[in-house]
Design a protein around this ligand. Structure first.
Ligand SMILES: Cc1ncc(COP(=O)(O)O)c(C=O)c1O
Length: 454
């Protein structure tokens, strides 16, 4: 039998990928002249190495992005379902955010002191997410790092626990994987000289007995997890998983950090609010300031009491938390605009409705072409997976990746005017995404699926 990926022959994938790469090039002479060989002065020709990781032959060079549309320097318009991999989940430059940025730009951009926006921001965060104490950082990676530090400090335990397949940003201690059931450093880590598995335990998502066993030693400060794993295809919690996770962590004196950075697609209060989760620590980054780099991390009243007590006995000195540009007035202004005017029930209703339409359209197409693929969704975040589902955990998800096939699909979608997230098959609906754009994606996907099985 011929070799396949996602049920499609490798030969077919290669021929589609070649044809789509040629089509991509022909539509982008200016971009190719600018970026075809990278740009001088940058390592590997790009200011951030991820820009080379898109499956297109060279990066799409953006002229501008408005609402949910990107225009490249060759004049091609793309319906944008990547939305900066969630940073622009509420659309590009939402009007209230742009206005707040303009207002703040006249008043200074950073001064390591509060502005008046802070007076309402604290209340907005408490009311929105239900936890009483908050801090502002600049990236979700930093927020996770700081929250984990607090967890270790108050519990006086050295270890954390993650689920296989997780991603929480550039947080060193979360970079582990299971390989044949054995914990290892995540392959490919540059410059990592430590055995991260010494202080990070790892079990599969949805495996409560394994979690119970891993926490039984009483040395784990904190479990950090997304409520739905969104960075290894998409793995939903099985019924009872979150209740079990909370009960087991409490039983073993382990704190629970819920990272909502992607699952904020669920609704205005994230998955936590919709499903009444009770985290000790909560992290949200990416879209919380509408594309201005910012993140928030919050803690429960009980944890804040323990942290106060810890600080009384801590030796004086730098806590190791905080960065100079964190909690600056531009972040306050933009975040306030997002919380007050952008993350509204009305906007989420629109996102939810169109995401449902998209998921159904993709499912119909998959069924019509008899592909053994599936679609998952968490609110406004939709993912197609080129393997049967549902996936149970990160190990399953690793086996479901079809990187060559996915790359061919991504470039073919771009050639049909649609951009989805690189690395996996994530599509986001913003408040300004239109039904027409969703239907365009469904049609493009159908067209490509037909070509793949032809
Ligand atoms: C769940 C989750 N947490 C944290 C991060 C890190 O975000 P940032 O790269 O903005 O620090 C990511 C990034 O993809 C993420 O998916």
């Amino acid at each position: 039998m011929a070799a396949t990926e996602g049920g499609v022959s490798l030969a077919r994938i290669a021929s589609i990928r070649d044809a789509e790469a040629t089509r991509f090039r022909e539509a982008r002479p200016k971009s190719e002249a600018a970026f075809g060989n990278g740009v001088e002065g940058f390592l590997d020709g790009v200011p951030m190495h991820w820009m080379n990781d898109w499956p297109t032959p060279f990066p799409i060079v953006v002229e501008k992005a408005r609402d949910a549309t990107i225009t490249d320097i060759d004049g091609n318009k793309l319906a944008d379902f990547c939305l900066g991999d969630t940073g622009s989940m509420f659309g590009h430059s939402p009007a209230p955010v742009a206005k707040a940025i303009r207002r703040q730009a006249r008043r200074g951009l950073t001064y390591m002191l509060p502005s008046e926006d802070v007076l309402s921001l604290g209340e907005l965060l408490v009311a929105r997410f239900g936890l009483p104490y908050w801090q502002i950082a600049t990236t979700a990676s930093d927020a996770n790092r700081f929250a984990l530090r607090v967890a270790r400090a108050v519990t006086d335990r050295p270890k954390i626990l993650v689920f296989n397949g997780c991603y929480h940003g550039a947080v060193d201690e979360t970079m582990v994987r299971l390989s044949d059931g054995k914990p290892i450093n995540r392959p490919g880590l540059a410059g990592e000289f430590r055995d991260l598995t010494q202080n990070t335990k790892i079990v599969e998502f949805n495996d409560l007995p394994a979690l119970e066993a891993a926490l039984a030693d009483g040395d784990v400060a904190c479990v950090i997890t997304e409520p739905v794993l969104t960075n290894c295809c998409m793995v939903l919690p099985e019924p009872g998983f979150h209740e079990g996770l909370r009960a087991i962590t409490r039983r073993h004196g382990t704190l629970l950090l819920i990272d909502e950075t992607h699952t904020i697609s669920t609704g205005p209060g994230g998955y936590t609010r919709k499903y009444d989760l009770e985290p000790d620590l909560f992290v949200l980054g990416k879209p919380v300031a509408g594309g201005v780099p910012a993140s928030v991390w919050g803690m429960s009243a009980e944890l804040s009491r323990r942290y106060d007590a810890y600080n009384l006995r801590r030796e004086p000195g730098h806590s190791g938390m905080g960065t100079t540009l964190s909690a600056n007035p531009l972040q306050f202004a933009a975040m306030r605009a997002v919380l007050e005017e952008v993350m509204t029930e009305e906007n989420y209703a629109h996102m939810e409705k169109l995401a449902g339409r998209l998921a159904k359209g993709l499912e119909d197409s998959i069924a019509r072409h008899e592909l053994a693929w599936h679609v998952q969704r968490v609110g406004a975040r939709v993912e197609f997976i080129c393997a049967p589902g549902p996936l149970k955990n990160g190990g399953d998800a690793e086996g479901a990746h079809a990187s060559g096939l996915e790359a061919a699909i991504h470039v073919a979608l771009v050639n049909r005017g649609v951009l989805i997230a690189p690395f996996h098959n994530m599509m986001l609906i913003s408040p300004v995404t239109t039904k027409k754009q969703v239907d365009k994606l469904i049609a493009a996907f159908g067209d490509i699926a037909k070509a793949l099985v032809a």
